[in-house]
Design a protein around this ligand. Structure first.
Ligand code: PLP
Ligand code: COI
Length: 338
């Protein structure tokens, strides 16, 4: 495959195949393989009108041994079930989800970036209400599909510190809303504030809790973490997406002898952290060199703007090492596909 693996960025690249299954008459149909990027949809489909949709994001990697490793796809399957329950869609059984993901990777094997390029294969499962309804009620028909593309880092710089903008005039999710689910509406709600942050030169926006604007919530498409006193600290909030990367880092941090705290994180605590960053499948670990709270006229700075902090670097190297097989997968997180 002739691709510039080291400069892929994070964007749609056409690959050869996607896989699909349709839920109709109360049951899921067989997985079908397609090479079409489009599919016809009823103009009254609930995904188009009422946002009945959920997506996932996960990655596969090539190791030094040439084998393809898939990271924790069972966790994504479970999360998509929670999202489906949350907005009353048909649930994709874990086994169907995992089969579909494995199949689509093997069908597009030549697009899994080679070892050492820093790139990976991004897998995007999607569940949408395809049955038509004009009243606000759940569809009777759904389509589950999975497509893939090779990607580089989500934030242009890769594993380099970025600057974040705290948003106070906008919420991504309501306290009792859908922020904890991976549903499209949350991302629609975040677009204008993310665009605003980009316009001002920041990597993305940092949201505070919608009720009191006192605590750190989400960081664009990723969770927040802070490091101080040998402790990994990450927000507890009903409106953030439970990140599989974050959960993995908590295990790694404990394994490194660190403490882990999951609790509300007051925004002023930024002044006390030694290192801070965001974590997620696309973002991997993205360290912050600066967080700006424009409205309060405060700016928090962290370490050398060019170099990630030592703890963040160890966490990153351990996570990525397990993902690409350089380190032993002692937690049983990866599945080798052949
Ligand atoms: N938060 C949001 C809003 C996200 O979109 C994502 C990406 O999936 C995450 C956090 C990170 O979750 P994960 O580590 O499971 O990819
Ligand atoms: C992911 O990290 O997989 C995500 O879903 C983030 C995406 C919204 C770009």
């Amino acid at each position: 495959m002739d691709l510039d693996w080291k400069n892929l960025g994070f964007k749609i690249i056409k690959t050869d195949f996607n896989v699909r299954s349709v839920f109709k008459d109360g049951k899921w149909g067989d997985l079908e393989v397609s090479s079409e990027e489009y599919f016809p949809i009823h103009i009254g489909a609930t995904c188009l009108h009422y946002g009945q949709e959920s997506f996932e994001g996960l990655k596969a990697f090539t190791g030094a041994d040439g084998q393809i490793r898939l990271f924790r796809h069972g966790e994504n399957a479970k999360r998509m079930i929670r999202s489906a329950r949350g907005i009353l869609m048909a649930e994709v059984p874990e086994e169907l989800f995992m089969d579909a993901v494995e199949k689509v990777i093997l069908l597009n094997k030549k697009y899994v970036p080679p070892y050492g390029t820093g790139a990976s294969l991004y897998i995007r499962p999607l569940l949408i209400g395809t049955g038509p309804e004009v009243g606000v009620r759940p569809a009777k028909e759904y389509t589950f599909l999975v497509f893939v593309m090779p990607v580089g880092p989500y934030f242009k710089a890769g594993f380099k510190p970025v600057e974040m903008l705290i948003v106070r005039d906008h919420d991504r999710a309501a306290p009792l809303g859908t922020g904890h689910l991976k549903v499209g509406g949350n991302y629609a709600a975040s677009m204008s504030s993310i665009a605003e942050a980009h316009k001002k030169g920041f990597a993305t926006s940092m949201y505070l809790d919608a009720r009191e604007k006192k605590y750190i919530d989400e960081c664009g498409p990723a969770n927040f973490f802070g490091i101080k006193n040998n402790t990994f600290i990450t927000p507890k909030s009903p409106s953030i997406l439970p990140s599989i990367t974050n959960q993995s880092l908590q295990v790694i941090a404990r394994n490194m002898g660190m403490k882990v705290e999951i609790r509300p994180v007051p925004v002023e605590e930024l002044a006390e952290f030694e290192e801070v960053g965001a974590c997620g499948t696309a973002a991997v670990i993205t360290p912050f060199s600066k967080v700006v709270d424009e409205e309060k006229d405060i700016s928090y700075s962290f370490g050398d703007p060019q170099t990630p902090g030592p703890v963040t670097t160890r966490l990153y190297e351990t996570l990525v090492g397990i993902q690409n097989g350089d380190l032993e997968d002692s937690f049983g997180w990866t599945k080798i596909l052949d």
